[in-house]
Design a protein around this ligand. Structure first.
Ligand SMILES: *Cc1c(COP(=O)(O)O)cnc(C)c1O
Length: 374
């Protein structure tokens, strides 16, 4: 059945025709707006964009242009941001477990701010990056966050100060603490509890004459994935802003590592129906991207997406599947979809984070082509 498309929908159809599918459109203005929104809402917090969310060169370029700093987890990520023009002082090596060669290379390139969460890592850093500034990552509640990041990382907050003293004795600069409340964190209490722990450690470190200067509040800043949801960031950020002022004197530098928040809303994925079947009385649609590709966030990032169609009419519960030969590659069951035809476009908005970043070419299926839009 015909439906009147909005100007935006007509534009999407046109771009799919022009560039082919699967296609990921990334908007430069949305990238800029998200960075600005972050800064406006949290004026005290310096954003270090976590490039693991999406390391596309154009995104890095846009962040360099916006004078953002960067969170990197590997030498390859470090090289990407330095090559794009980031200064070494704008980079944090925020993987708490790093190969010795990577630590040495970071030091050589002048990237001297890094995180750790064990004595063993401190010894490695002291040997390969003497004098480096280190942040102790503490374990904090990840209650309700969609992606749990405290299972694998973080020291007991009660041990933080003694580890900072150890760092000092090894000739390092114990610069402060870091934490991550879990990705897509919808519970502001996670941040508040973590900040309260950080404030206690800051006070303790100062009592012990340690040069405490930085609190790294990590990532986790949430975005909206479904049109019916309220945008969760604003309310969270306003509580966070006042808690930061309550707990830390202005001399303490606050940094953050937003990933999803910066790139998530900037991208739209366009796919096409390449096959159709009726199985057990249900309509199945096979798309040209799936769980091994740009929708890999459904697996690794535990993300759910809103699928949209450029067609109206009566809807029925249908199944969406990806293009590979693996039965695991089923994108959605029980999707309320209009009846689609071969070649129809199916699209997903807010899919810039943890999508292309974990996409493979399994079965020879190409990853989505990226096209930057204004
Ligand atoms: C993944 C990660 C981030 C980014 O997290 P988001 O939830 O995407 O903001 C930041 N810091 C560290 C250490 C991470 O592992």
């Amino acid at each position: 059945m015909a439906v009147t498309l909005t100007a935006q929908e007509r534009r999407l159809r046109e771009l799919a025709r022009k560039h082919g599918t699967p296609l990921m459109l990334i908007s430069r203005s949305v990238l800029r707006d998200q960075l600005q929104r972050f800064r406006d809402a949290l004026p005290r917090v310096e954003p270090f964009f976590a490039i693991k969310a999406n390391a596309h060169p154009e995104i890095i370029k846009a962040m360099v242009a916006g004078r953002a700093s960067f969170d990197v987890a590997s030498v390859a990520e470090m090289n990407l941001v330095l090559a794009a023009g980031a200064k070494p002082a704008q980079v944090i090596f925020a993987n708490t477990v790093k190969p010795e060669a990577s630590i040495a290379l970071a030091a050589k390139k002048g990237v001297t701010l890094m995180t750790f969460d064990s004595e063993y890592e401190l010894a490695k850093i002291a040997e390969h990056a003497p004098g480096a500034r280190v942040l102790v990552r503490i374990k904090v509640p990840n209650v309700g966050s969609i992606v749990e990041l405290s299972l694998k990382f973080g020291v007991d907050p009660a041990d933080a100060t003694s580890l900072m003293i150890k760092a000092y004795k090894l000739g390092l600069q114990p610069a402060g603490v870091s934490f991550h409340v879990g990705s897509q964190c919808l519970r502001v209490e996670n941040y508040i509890e973590a900040l309260e722990m950080a404030a206690i450690i800051a006070r303790d470190a100062r009592l012990k004459q340690l040069p405490f200067e930085i609190v790294d509040i990590g990532g986790g800043f949430p975005i909206r994935h479904f049109d019916h949801e309220e945008d969760p960031f604003g309310r969270l950020a306003s509580v966070l802003k006042s808690e930061l002022d309550r707990l830390f004197d202005p001399a303490i530098r606050i940094i953050a590592e937003p990933g999803r928040f910066i790139v998530g809303p900037a991208a739209t994925l366009l796919m096409r129906v390449i096959g159709k079947a009726i199985r057990e009385n249900k309509l199945w649609y096979y798309l040209d991207d799936g769980l091994y590709g740009s929708l890999s966030g459904q697996v690794f990032d535990h993300c759910k997406y809103e699928f949209k169609y450029l067609r109206g009419g009566h809807t029925q519960l249908s199944t969406l599947a990806g293009p590979t030969c693996d039965s695991f590659d089923i994108i959605a069951r029980g999707e309320d979809a209009p009846e689609l035809q071969l070649g129809d476009v199916v699209y997903v908005e807010n899919i810039g984070a943890y999508s292309l970043a974990s996409a493979t070419t399994f079965n020879g299926m190409p990853t989505a082509k990226v096209v930057m839009t204004p």
